[in-house]
Design a protein around this ligand. Structure first.
Ligand SMILES: [Zn+2]
Ligand SMILES: [Zn+2]
Length: 139
């Protein structure tokens, strides 16, 4: 085999290898993005059985979510207040008399009324919460 042909073959093999690896990476990334786009994870509290739970729910599903422990549709996302360092479930709104209470449009801390609040994400939490606010009543 002359050197020019051999180099050319090597080139083709490397290209094919790189293309394959790129395809695998790309394919995998796309898959993850699709899963993340369809579902999001909720760190929530079930108001019915008072258990803390982590759920993966369809993106369009509005709280309350179904509790894996007691089966009731009573899981609401936990929030965290930067000011009083406590976790809480927001004061809920009853928009439909026949439906479950829903999350308010704008969330404030039920304790200090502070606006420095964000959904509670344990993985992103920089400080240890100082405790939990009392949960909203559950019918
Ligand atoms: Zn429950
Ligand atoms: Zn607060």
């Amino acid at each position: 085999m002359n050197p020019a042909v051999r180099n050319c073959l090597y080139g083709l093999i490397i290209l094919a290898g790189a293309g394959g690896a790129g395809y695998m990476l790309f394919g995998r990334t796309k898959e993850n993005v699709a899963v993340n786009a369809a579902h999001f994870s909720v760190d929530g509290m079930c108001l019915a059985c008072k258990s803390e739970t982590k759920l993966s729910v369809p993106r369009e599903e509005e709280a309350p979510h179904r509790c894996p422990k007691c089966g009731q549709q009573a899981v609401y996302p936990l929030w965290y207040c930067e000011d009083c360092k406590k976790r809480f479930v927001p004061v809920l709104e009853r928009r439909d008399p026949n439906g479950p209470p829903r999350m308010p449009v704008s969330v404030a801390c039920p304790n200090c009324r502070g606006q420095s609040v964000a959904p509670y994400i344990p993985e992103a939490q920089l400080e240890t919460p100082a405790g939990d606010q009392p949960l909203p009543p559950w019918p």
